[in-house]
Design a protein around this ligand. Structure first.
Ligand code: B12
Length: 592
């Protein structure tokens, strides 16, 4: 691709070759061997992968539960209780995904004082070990380990605690820690950690949640399958470890969900970690969300029956869209899943399996083309594609939009969203467009015309990786005749204000999810005040935060505090038009 050049993508002159970093990691294996844990001892296996292979051969479907509260004691209690309740029901939960806090991505030496999200903070190897001993359930340290500056020290602690599934490579490509821009240091730490993993005699799964990475942002699902193949190239071929994929958050449509599972089983012989729940379909109260849980779980169960790939299924508790689920809610979702697995079998004959296989083959063909184009294109640009350091950095820096536009397998067309028509459209994109249409239908033409006539410039940003609120805002603003300006994803307050000023924004619209709503707003207000500005701020998403004084509680709603600090609190997208209208009237931008 003539428009790409290595020197633009990697301006650093003194990049350490990946092979050296991997060798450094490998050398640490003598001091950091795999420890024992209750799961490995109870099942008499060397690794979770070995157990997965056994279960898959016996066609036994496994279950996964996600746990991790800020409070360590509560997390330990959850681990014990969920195991106990599911074992009593005859199908003990197989694995726990431990929700570490995003501050865990920072090395312990500099973690103090970093912004915290809503997850678990572990002080050192003993804390990791306590978790892996509390119940005979495979510990999966999936978030904020690989991909971050603390990758090596967190991997050491996870291995010492007997964890044989460590992630999350998907996060490497898209996540950003607040205030941290040293991508080289994050990549170096990740490669050392991968070297240490590769050197373990036991089979350690390098977990990658595709939905944490590019799957949430590609418009063509074939590119997501292509990402699987590219990660195999990096982890399996270049590094000598074993990558294991997870997908599911954004797969709301049954045919594509089943086809993706089939495609993964065809291209991967390493057991999968888990199929994640389709969390984006949780939009209502518990009763409505149970319908979503039942519909995706049935597809996943039938898929495992047909292509036993070792993926555990993840029944996400139905309160997930409101807050972090409590222990009894995690148990309830597991019991629901156990019953559903008992009832799923009879449905298999109702599925049009050839149609599923056909779509899977299209995904694989598109994915292979994407992978080949990416590797050829980068090689042509001068990137050393046999060096995982160069390859990882380049992929992260190009990001999903450019990668898809440059190398996607779809037919090129200037009218298509990324300059190409998707070979298999990603359901999440369709859903956002439909949501924007529905939203605008509820407003009066008169009000829309008033906002449209004012020609507002709205700077839209997110405080963290959650980008769909921003994409939806942009879709809706365009329908209102306002200009959406890019304020960034995972933006820091100073960068957001700088972007707003540079683009002469009339209004700031913030979408925030990670439980930092109040501190983020305060940061933005302080930046504006320092520049003598008072731009109206709209804020929506998950408007909560764990109070500073608390080291144990769940996040609490901070809507009142946000309003008191001067923000316009938007509980849903319907609040957008009245808020913009209010601004238009106040500024007398209303035209006859
Ligand atoms: C999709 C999703 C993800 C995806 C994001 C993909 C992407 N690139 O965008 C992935 C898988 C990557 C992800 C990651 C994480 N997630 Co998440 N995620 C979600 C999920 C399922 C949906 C959120 C979403 O995008 N919805 C789509 C939008 C369009 O709809 P909506 O949220 O209902 O928003 C409505 C309004 O609020 C409004 N709106 C939104 N913003 C704004 C702004 C303005 C100005 C206005 C007017 C309106 C508005 O628009 C919508 C329509 O009305 C929620 C749970 C849920 N079901 O809601 C969890 C959730 C938000 N995630 C959560 C967490 C904890 C995380 C992680 C930290 C988990 C982890 N340990 O790794 C990481 C984030 C790490 C990081 N570095 O930031 C928590 C937040 C907890 C809290 N604050 O209480 C939630 C609530 C799940 C939970 N219960 O634990 N997540």
């Amino acid at each position: 691709m003539s428009s790409l050049s290595r020197s633009d993508l990697i301006p650093e002159q003194d990049l350490c070759p990946g092979a050296e970093l991997i060798a450094e990691g490998r050398a640490l294996a003598r001091d950091w061997p795999l420890g024992s844990c209750a799961f490995l001892s109870a099942h008499g296996v060397a690794s979770e992968a070995e157990h997965k292979r056994r279960q898959a051969a016996a066609r036994e479907v496994m279950l996964h539960a996600q746990i991790g509260y800020r409070d360590k004691a509560k997390t330990l209690a959850a681990a014990a209780d969920v195991h106990e309740a599911t074992a009593r029901r005859g199908r003990a939960v197989a694995r726990y995904g431990i929700c570490l806090d995003w501050s865990m991505g920072f090395p312990q030496a500099i973690r103090q004082g970093q912004p915290r999200g809503t997850g678990l903070i572990l002080e050192g190897p003993e804390d990791f070990a306590a978790l892996s001993q509390v119940a005979p359930v495979a510990p999966h340290f999936g978030d904020f380990v690989l991909g971050f500056p603390a990758a090596l020290e967190n991997t050491q602690a996870a291995l010492a605690a007997g964890a044989t599934a460590i992630g999350n490579l998907g996060q490497y490509f898209t996540f950003r820690l607040p205030g941290w821009d040293d991508e080289v240091a994050s990549t170096e730490a990740t490669l050392r950690a991968l070297g240490l993993i590769a050197a373990q005699p036991a089979e350690i799964l390098v977990h990658s949640n595709l939905d944490d990475g590019f799957a949430a942002l590609f418009t063509d699902l074939s590119c997501v399958l292509g990402a699987v193949l590219i990660e195999q190239h990096i982890v399996d071929r270049l590094i000598g470890a074993r990558v294991s994929h997870c997908f599911g958050h954004h797969f709301s449509e049954p045919l594509t969900r089943a086809a993706f599972q089939c495609a993964l089983a065809k291209v991967e012989d390493t057991p999968g970690t888990m199929v994640y729940g389709n969390t984006t379909s949780y939009r209502g109260g518990p009763a409505e969300n149970y319908a979503s849980l039942g519909s995706y779980l049935l597809i996943d169960a039938l898929g495992q029956g047909r292509w036993p790939s070792g993926h555990a299924l993840n029944p996400v508790p139905v309160s997930e869209n409101e807050r972090i689920p409590d222990i009894d809610e995690v148990v309830a979702a597991q019991l629901y899943a156990i019953r559903l697995l008992e009832q799923a079998e009879g449905h298999a004959t109702l599925i049009d399996w050839p149609a599923v296989e056909q779509l899977a083959d299209r995904l694989i063909a598109g994915g292979q083309l994407f992978k080949q184009r990416v590797l050829d294109g980068l090689a042509e640009a001068g990137v050393e594609i046999s060096d995982p350091m160069e390859l990882l950095l380049t992929l992260r820096r190009l990001g999903p939009r450019k990668l898809e536009a440059l190398f996607g397998p779809g037919r090129p067309d200037a009218d298509a969203p990324r300059g190409r028509w998707p070979t298999v459209e990603a359901p999440v994109v369709e859903e956002l467009v439909a949501m924007a249409d529905t939203c605008v239908e509820h407003w009066s033409a008169l009000e829309i015309a008033a906002v449209s006539a004012a020609g507002l410039r709205v700077c839209v940003a997110t405080s963290d990786v959650h980008e769909h609120g921003k994409l939806l805002l942009e879709e809706v603003l365009r329908r209102l005749g306002a200009a959406p300006l890019d304020g960034g994803v995972s933006a820091d307050p100073d960068a957001l204000v700088a972007a707003a000023v540079a683009q002469e924004a009339d209004v700031l619209a913030i979408s925030t999810y990670n439980g930092v709503a109040l501190s983020f707003l305060q940061g933005v207000k302080a930046e504006l005040a320092a520049r003598g500005l008072d731009i109206p701020i709209l804020i929506g998403g998950r408007l909560n935060q764990i109070p500073d004084a608390s080291n144990s509680s769940l996040p609490v709603d901070v809507g009142d505090e946000l309003a008191a600090a001067g923000a316009i609190v938007c509980r849903d997208m319907e609040a957008l038009l009245p808020a913009l209208l209010q601004h238009v009237i106040k500024e007398e931008r209303l035209r006859p």
